[in-house]
Design a binder for this molecule. Structure first.
Ligand SMILES: Nc1ncnc2c1ncn2[C@@H]1O[C@H](COP(=O)(O)OP(=O)(O)O)[C@@H](O)[C@H]1O
Ligand SMILES: [Mg+2]
Length: 260
């Protein structure tokens, strides 16, 4: 046991799960109630030969999930906010959605419900923040951290991704590298690279607003139970959602013009 612990390297970058470590070519993460569903999904992706996700290797002697370590970098840097990176991300998300085809879309076993009112079409990742996308040589190559995955619509996962990467956020809350981007142009670029059909483009900002509303309510409820969510709430997560929603209201017409 001592020998194993000596080789554990803590992994930084996430803000929710304590105790994520690297052991050799593997990552160990505390398991949750959705771990069996996530591992079934990761095995499905492996069978579909989708290369942009870690492989599930089972559980270790401490009850943690074992995943393959995906080499590369996470987090925002100059190379991850270029048009090329955004295009690559859209292609990665499209490939992932297509690779989930055939996986059961029942809601049992997942941590959360769909959050879109339309019938689920795919299993969404639903948390593609810059800390959850692995880059190699300036290109997004893989997604990690499937804790929030769930059956939902393609558009819901796209909206969640664009929340972080367009980004759909008040400039005061954005990472400095994202502050001066042309958000409307980036929404369109992502939609073009993914191949988002016109009917979904028209609904995109409306769904973003619905998502803000629901995230706010859900996070506030979760925060009251303590733990990581309470920490995020105390750090101003709710206020950031409110400001993002107000920013979206103010710029909606201008943004929408890029999507029609
Ligand atoms: N399979 C993996 N391969 C490479 N790096 C990983 C892997 N899983 C996690 N990491 C690194 O550890 C960080 C935190 O892990 P993550 O699974 O995202 O936990 P959290 O729930 O805290 O966000 C990630 O941002 C990433 O840098
Ligand atoms: Mg993470």
């Amino acid at each position: 046991m001592v020998a194993t612990l000596l080789h554990e390297i803590p992994l930084q970058g996430g803000d929710v799960t304590d105790g994520v470590v690297r052991v050799g070519d593997t990552v160990r993460r505390p398991a949750s109630t959705s771990t069996p569903a996530v591992h079934a999904l990761l095995r499905h992706l492996e069978a579909a030969r989708f290369e942009g996700a870690p492989r599930a290797l089972g559980m270790d002697e401490l009850g943690r999930e074992i995943l393959t370590y995906v080499p590369g970098t996470t987090g925002l840097r100059l190379e991850s906010v270029t048009d090329e990176a955004l295009t690559g991300l859209a292609v990665l998300v499209r490939g992932y959605h297509d690779a989930t085809a055939g996986f059961p879309l029942t809601l049992d076993g997942w941590a959360y419900g769909s959050n879109d009112d339309k019938a689920p079409e795919i299993v969404g990742h639903c948390d593609l923040t810059p800390d959850n996308v692995i880059f190699r040589e300036g290109r997004p190559c893989a997604m990690i951290d499937f804790d929030l995955a769930r059956p939902t619509t393609r558009l819901f996962d796209i909206v969640t991704t664009l929340r972080h990467w367009a980004p759909i956020a008040d400039p005061v809350d954005r990472h400095p590298l994202l502050r001066d981007l042309d958000v409307g142009a980036r929404l369109r670029l992502f939609c073009d690279a993914y191949g988002v059909p016109p009917r979904d483009r028209r609904r995109l900002l409306e769904l973003a607003r619905l998502r803000f509303h629901r995230s706010y309510t859900v996070m506030r409820t979760r925060a009251s139970a303590g733990g990581g969510w309470a920490k995020m709430w105390a750090g101003g997560a709710g206020e950031r959602i409110r400001r993002a929603a107000a920013w979206l209201d103010a710029y909606e017409d201008e943004l929408h013009a890029h999507l029609v």
